[in-house]
Design a protein around this ligand. Sequence first.
Ligand SMILES: [Zn+2]
Length: 136
Amino acid sequence: MDFLQKMSETARGLQEKARELGDIAKEVTRKSGDLLEVTKLKYEMSRLEKEMENNLAGLGTVVYQKFRGAGDVDEEIDRLCQSTSRLEEEIKALDLQIQKLQPKTLTCTQCKADLPPGGKYCSFCGAAAPAEDGES
Ligand SMILES: [Zn+2]
């Protein structure tokens, strides 16, 4: 067998193993890992948002170049638009994941203050805290 082919097959096998193990680990540490996961996702999201800003700034420059009569920028405009819309989708997906992972914050029914989970009374106005649903 060709050496490179063998190498790539070994790598693929290892990748699959790693994925399996990753799935198991994810299941086990799901709860405790949620917070860390959210931090990671938020970090990734801000990275993508920066990238998107760069893209949009680049788009502005290229569009202005076109206005000034530079030819051959349509392809670049198209590339930037494609990449920006991809980024937008990714950011949306990340946002959704973050929302799923983050514990729901409770809001006081009286004064609308954010309440820490587990409290029975609002620490601002003393009203009874709403019941946490989904957990008991
Ligand atoms: Zn309150």
